[in-house]
Write a protein that binds this ligand. Structure first.
Ligand SMILES: Nc1nc2c(ncn2[C@@H]2O[C@H](COP(=O)(O)OP(=O)(O)OP(=O)(O)O)[C@@H](O)[C@H]2O)c(=O)[nH]1
Ligand SMILES: [Mg+2]
Length: 204
């Protein structure tokens, strides 16, 4: 595990409900998307090596805004609202749908998209939709198959192979666990590359 990587200094910047409140559209930005409760906020904490940076919860639908984290000047990571959470009232869901849709269409600094998926249920409809957004913008896409600690080794490998096969060239994919820290260095290297930061990791 690399001790000194630029993502350790990540700090909370702001939570955004309306696109007009986004930080200026300059620099480089990476978005983290995924179904509600998939483990996006936990993944951000693991990657940043900070336990309380992004708020995590057992209650799905916790992250309801675009939560911005500052990594370096004009370098941001953004935690997108979890999608696919059935209990969100329809008008709020429509609001987020429009917000995310517009975000993907207009945000120029967006460099890459990380799609966080539970290793036990990868590539659900909403995940495919996110990847389609990414593809429509020509973004680099990387999938984290998280909660890998919940599966035995053999099943982890099987899920990885199957997802990799299904994705083809559309996205890269890796196993991840915020609990065991499996794959954290690999994910950091991807973020550092997209944000144009020295990763400090050996094989980055
Ligand atoms: N075992 C295990 N549990 C995890 C892992 N990642 C997240 N969790 C748990 O899954 C639940 C949801 O995690 P969050 O990180 O809050 O998920 P999220 O995708 O940010 O959820 P929303 O903000 O609601 O969309 C929490 O109870 C976490 O502790 C993991 O790698 N392994
Ligand atoms: Mg969250």
């Amino acid at each position: 595990m690399s001790e000194n990587h630029p993502l350790r200094v990540m700090t909370y910047l702001k939570s955004v409900h309306e696109l007009r409140h986004l930080p200026p559209d300059v620099g480089l930005e990476v978005a983290i998307a995924g179904r509600s409760n998939a483990g996006k906020s936990s993944a951000i904490n693991a990657i940043a090596d900070q336990t309380g940076l992004a708020r995590t919860s057992k209650t799905p639908g916790r992250t309801q805004q675009l939560v911005y984290f500052h990594v370096a000047p004009e370098r941001h990571v953004v935690d997108l609202p979890g999608y696919g959470y059935a209990k969100v009232p329809p008008d709020l869901r429509d609001h987020w749908q429009r917000l995310i849709d517009q975000f993907f269409r207009t945000r120029q600094v967006l460099r890459g998209l990380v799609v966080v998926m539970d290793v036990r249920h990868p590539l659900r409809e909403f995940d495919q939709q996110m990847l389609a957004y990414g593809a429509s913008r020509g973004l680099a896409c990387h999938c984290l198959l998280t909660k890998a600690d919940k599966l035995p080794r053999g099943q982890q490998s099987k899920a990885l192979l199957e997802t990799r096969r299904a994705l083809g060239d559309a996205a890269s994919v890796q196993l991840f666990s915020s609990t065991s820290l499996l794959g954290v260095d690999e994910a950091r290297a991807v973020l550092c590359r997209w944000l144009d930061l020295e990763s400090g990791a050996k094989n980055a």
